[in-house]
Design a binder for this molecule. Structure first.
Ligand code: GLA
Ligand code: ZN
Length: 670
């Protein structure tokens, strides 16, 4: 991986679309050099070129290309092509095609539509993956394998059903009564006599058993990860030391990326924010992206991640495919780096002439020139990456964490209650991240199974599900001096989605917070309530309010209205050496920042409210820190108390830093 000094700069390159245009392939190399591209991702969708007919393999076309690239200083990441299958494969092995939630098998076509259980598909890709690693894995230009492309989706076929049953048998110790109890199948007479009776949650079938729906999600992650592991094993047969990644889609709902991440050496993801939309500022769009970057980098905190794909210009699949305004591309690339990426990569190098993505942005478009606005902006990014090259291999270190968990997410989305319109688990996690961002506080976004002791404060928004051992882990964290901030909807269900009896939060967590939630109120958008603090200030709340029984916690704020007026809305209990906060209602944004700031400061986390439009991040390496300041606002903005050397402007800064709109500073702090 460290064959490249400095940042990886490049992206997806599909030369197989241009094999009849050797002039263009030649021109690509010249233009890549001009654009400062030092690495391309090859073979993402090349199966029908590698294996035009079953069992006959052709790699020479790519050998020639990687040799030429390497001679010109361009390295390559090699994808395994399982993301799309050749027509011959589906014709001969229809079981490779996915069955949808109505039980109907897909026809051949499109991509990302495979059955992860198909023995034939697994075998065919195993053979090809092995050959790819034999052929290219020792090439001097080879960097790493990119396993498949954006794994995703569910398959409801017989083979998947069979595997699901065997997964359930393992999970429930082969005892159907254990499963019946865990899934509460006595409800509506839904009990099973045997594992053979269990079906996946077809759209016209069983979708009223929350435990089943949850296990189906878990199984899909298990099965996809298992498939991915087979691909990893195949590429490592010839090159045991080869590094592997797969490209995640950040908040993608159907796969638990925390489970998949364990199998990978490097985390990478594809980022396509809706820049320039008409419902939020650029700062807001970028703040949400920063959450995604933080979650990705938190999956492997000891090393940088890779921005595997991003659009240098526009995309072609959003509701409105708006051009990135001049300067936004550079800013977005710097944001990824600021958040811990050691690469800036694009989808894609060159626009194809036809089919689904013919109008998707690329570094080189149909015009074919190297003096377009986009091309020049890409060149500019390359220059900038060179200037800040010393930042590579540094990492972000945070003292504050936000818990984000896929099981919890699935369980909340599937629970019948509250309001489907306002549950907003993901948004709630992002909102707290945004508050921290605005306060200049770098936050990790971590799974619930992570060690908490590294953090001064852990935010656990809407921690509806408690996994075995979690309540104890949270108690131990606080007892040993940690500070935990939980909210309404904490600890309602166990990891099978069965409600705890005796009060929420369950599993003994009531003792940690000194409160029990007796009821939860779902507010209509026009309902008004608030939480009043001792100093008389009021923070408006919306969406949800729990009514608490307080046993032994300090009440920090009470409700201002309704029949639960003057009862506790925010509490804190000292527990061992730490504090456990319980925020019983959802505060609106306005006014929340000050409350969060006070809380952070109280527990020793330094904050400062950053000027509007300014985003701040921080990377460290060998005792040297790099502070990134990004201005996504519309105004020239000054930031105080900045000291160090700005790698971008190549000047010393002492005191005040001034940034024009879309400008970036990377300050080395000694
Ligand atoms: C995804 C895919 C790419 C391409 C882009 C388009 O990220 O991985 O192959 O389709 O989307 O935005
Ligand atoms: Zn299947």
């Amino acid at each position: 991986m460290r064959k490249i000094n400095g940042f990886i700069h490049g992206g997806d390159y599909n030369p197989e679309q241009w094999l009849d245009r050797p002039d263009i392939l030649e021109e690509d190399v010249r233009m890549m050099k001009k654009a400062g591209v030092n690495c391309v991702t090859l073979g993402v969708f090349s199966w029908s070129f590698y294996e035009p007919e079953e069992g006959s393999f052709e790699f020479d076309w790519l050998k020639e290309i990687v040799d030429r690239l390497y001679e010109n200083g361009i390295y390559f990441i090699l994808a395994t092509p399982s993301g799309a299958r050749p027509a011959w494969l589906d014709a001969k092995y229809p079981d490779a095609m996915r069955v949808n939630e109505m039980g109907i098998r897909n026809h051949h076509g499109v991509r990302h539509n495979h059955c992860m259980s198909s023995v034939n598909y697994r075998e065919k890709i195993r053979i090809l993956d092995k050959k790819l690693s034999e052929t290219f894995g020792r090439h001097p230009g080879f960097i790493m394998f990119h396993i498949s492309n954006e794994y995703g989706g569910y398959c409801f076929c017989d083979a998947c059903t069979k595997r699901f049953r065997s997964y359930l048998k393992d999970k429930f110790g082969g005892d159907i009564e254990t499963l019946n109890r865990a899934w509460w199948t006595s409800f509506w007479s839904h009990r099973y006599n045997s594992f053979e009776q269990i079906e996946p949650p077809f759209v016209s079938g069983e979708r009223s058993v929350m435990g089943l729906n949850l296990e189906w999600n878990r199984f899909t992650t298990f099965n996809t990860t298992d498939f991915m592991k087979e691909e990893i094993k195949a590429v490592r047969e010839a090159t045991p030391d080869a590094k592997v990644t797969t490209n995640f889609m950040c908040l993608y709902g159907a796969l638990d990326y925390h489970a998949m991440a364990k199998e990978l050496d490097i985390i990478s993801w594809d980022s396509y924010p809706r820049y320039g939309n008409d419902y939020e500022s650029l700062y807001e769009t970028m703040a949400e992206t920063a959450f995604s970057h933080s979650m990705m980098r938190s999956m492997k905190k000891d090393r940088p991640f890779l921005l595997m794909e991003s659009a240098p210009g526009l995309v072609n699949w959003q509701e409105y495919n708006k051009l990135k305004r001049p300067g936004v591309h550079r800013l977005a690339c710097m944001q990824a780096v600021a958040c811990g990426s050691d690469s800036v990569q694009y989808f894609q190098w060159r626009k194809g002439r036809g089919s689904f993505e013919q109008y998707h942005g690329a570094v080189v478009d149909h015009l074919g020139k190297d003096d377009t606005r986009i091309f020049k902006e890409v060149m500019e990014v390359s220059e900038l990456l060179k200037k800040i090259e010393e930042v590579t291999e540094s990492v972000v270190k945070s003292k504050v964490a936000i818990l984000f968990d896929w099981d919890n997410r699935w369980a909340i989305a599937d629970m019948k209650g509250l309001s489907a319109k306002t549950k907003n688990y993901e948004k709630t996690c992002i909102d707290i991240y945004k508050d921290l961002l605005q306060l200049g506080v770098e936050a990790d976004v971590i799974p619930v199974t992570e060690k908490f002791s590294d953090y001064d404060i852990v935010f656990a928004p809407m921690l509806y599900m408690l996994k075995p051992g979690m309540a104890d882990a949270l108690k131990a964290y606080v007892r040993d001096g940690g500070n935990l901030v939980a909210t309404y909807l904490t600890g309602y269900v166990d990891d099978n989605t069965l409600c705890y009896l005796g009060g929420f939060p369950g599993d003994g967590l009531g003792e940690l917070f000194g409160v029990i939630s007796e009821e939860i109120d779902t507010l209509y958008p026009t309902d008004k309530n608030g939480m009043r603090f001792a100093d008389g200030s009021v923070l408006e709340i919306h969406d949800y309010a729990e009514i608490l029984r307080v046993s032994d916690a300090e009440v920090l704020a009470n409700y201002t209205d309704d029949f639960y007026k003057d009862t506790a809305a925010l509490t804190c209990k000292k527990y061992g050496a730490g504090s456990a906060y319980y925020v019983a209602a959802r505060p609106v944004r306005s006014g929340r920042l000050e409350v969060v700031q006070k809380l952070l400061e109280k527990h020793g986390v330094k904050t400062c409210i950053l000027p509007e439009g300014i985003e701040y991040h921080h990377r460290v390496k060998d005792g040297v820190s790099y502070s990134f300041y990004l201005n996504s606002g519309k105004e020239d903005t000054r930031i105080n108390d900045v000291k160090g050397y700005d790698l971008v402007s190549q000047t010393d800064v002492s005191g005040e830093l001034s940034l024009k709109p879309y400008e970036v500073a990377v300050i080395r702090e000694g």
